[in-house]
Each structure stands twice: as C-alpha cells, then as structure tokens.
Design a protein around this ligand. Structure first.
Ligand code: PXP
Length: 250
C-alpha cells in the first residue's frame, strides 16, 4: 500500500494572519494540495489561534467532505478542543501536547503520564466517529500506553531526528531513526496504525518514508516554505516523488 502524504496547511494561515486579512487562504491552499495529490489535509487549531482559526476548521471540513479527502484535526487535549472537534466531526483527530510559549509542537504527548485524563477524552472523540491519533515519542512506555486507549493511530515525532541532521550530527540522527523504526514495529504489533511527522524535508524524508510500518507522513512547514520558491503544487509533487522512491527502494 502506498504511503500517504498529509499536507499541513497551518503556515498559510500564519502568513495570512501577519497582515490580518483573508489572503492567503489556507482553505484555497488545501484545495491546491488536494489537486496536487495530497492524501489528507492536516491543520492544527492552537489554543491561541495563532494560525488556523475556528472558521478555517469548519471550511476545511466542508472542503474535505466535498472532495472525499480526510481532514486530520490536530489539537491539544483540552475540553474546549474536544468540544470543537465533536461539533466539526473531522475524519481524524491527532492529540498533541501544546504549550503556549512554544514556537511549534515540542516533544510528544505524555500518554503514559496523563493516562487517566486522556482515556475518557480519547473515548469521547472515538465515540463521536473520529479516528484518534496520538502524537508521541517512539518509546515502549508511550506505545503501550497508547495501545491501552481507544486511539487507532500513533504519530511518531520526527523533530529530534530532523534537528540532529540540521546540526550535522549524523550519528545521533541514526540512533533516533533506529528508535523510530523500532517504535513502528512495536506500535504495529500492538495493532496501531503508524504515522510520522514534524520537521520533514526533501533532504531528510527518505529514511522515514522507507520505514515499512509507516502508513502516513504529515508534513507542513517545509512544504509551505518551499512553495515560496517553486509553488505549492510542485513542492507537494516533489515530496510525493521522494517518498514514493524511498518506499520503492525499501
Ligand atoms: N504532525 C504533527 C502532530 C504536528 O504537530 C506537526 C506540526 O504542527 C506536523 C506533523 C508538521 O510538522 P512540520 O510543520 O514541521 O512539517
């Protein structure tokens, strides 16, 4: 089965919000992404609404329903967000940790440490029809905790792998990649679907795409940034080609 690409369009909204108007519209970007071959659209409604806003989520869900492309709603595990997701009813909800002061999602969700709080929340989202995904570090402790909830999917955080490569530390990147590979095996054996995301680029995506258990990669910042130079559709098409080639060689 081919590896799915979820395109995260948050940073189109970052650019829009820089001027406070309506351009560029993240929903128009989602439309282009779908035409360019994205298998899913991902958007993160942050508690501070720094990029995506409530009405963007509603318009994205309408587009996704119209096109038959799944919407992956990333959100913090809060009652407010569960209420919004329950109303909007996206195909998937990905629970992520969120700190107001962070620039992006740092580290994975501590499902093991917050198990009692998260279990009923995940159940509520699942009962409402969402495929729940948990954005976690690829450790046995977090995988076991995720497997004991109603979540069907785990997304492993690839940020540390990407940072190690940015820093030129290939040995560290190799160790983290090994952990991401092992995590894929453990999660898959526990019956969870396996996704990866964060910090992926044309240069670092291939080894992640080659992980046999990987079913989906969620990629945002790099694709939107690269769109400035080559256009959004070509950036998505190039990412797809690199992912497909890595998979074919694996
Ligand atoms: N997956 C998850 C769960 C995320 O929180 C993010 C960032 O919002 C991404 C993927 C995409 O990361 P990036 O923008 O670095 O590609």
């Amino acid at each position: 089965m081919s590896l799915r690409l979820g395109v995260n369009i948050d940073h189109v909204a970052t650019l829009r919000n820089a001027r406070g108007g309506s351009h560029p519209d993240p929903v128009a970007a989602a439309h282009v992404a779908i035409e360019a071959g994205a298998d899913g659209i991902t958007a993160h409604l942050r508690e501070d609404r720094r990029h995506i806003r409530d009405d963007d989520m509603e318009r994205l869900q309408a587009l996704c329903l119209e096109t038959g492309i799944p919407l992956n709603f990333e959100m913090a595990a809060t009652d407010e967000m569960v209420g919004i997701a329950t109303r909007i009813r996206p195909h998937a909800v990905c629970l992520v940790p969120e700190k107001r002061e962070e620039r992006t999602t740092e580290g994975g969700l501590d499902v093991a440490g917050q198990h009692n709080r998260l279990v009923p929340m995940i159940q509520r989202l699942a009962d409402n029809g969402a495929r729940v995904s948990l954005f976690i570090e690829a450790t046995r402790r977090q995988i076991d905790a995720a497997a004991s909830t109603a979540a069907e999917v785990v997304e492993f955080h690839t940020g540390a792998y990407a940072h190690a490569l940015d820093d030129g530390d290939q040995a560290l990147a190799d160790r983290i990649l090994e952990q991401l590979v092992e995590g894929g095996k453990l999660a898959s054996a526990a019956g969870l679907e396996v996704h990866y995301g964060h910090g992926l680029t044309f240069d670092n995506v291939a080894p992640v795409a080659a992980i046999p258990e990987a079913m989906e990669l969620n990629i945002g910042h790099f694709i939107i940034g690269e769109a400035v130079f080559m256009g959004l559709a070509p950036a998505i098409a190039k990412m797809r080609d690199i992912m497909d080639a890595a998979r074919a060689d694996a």
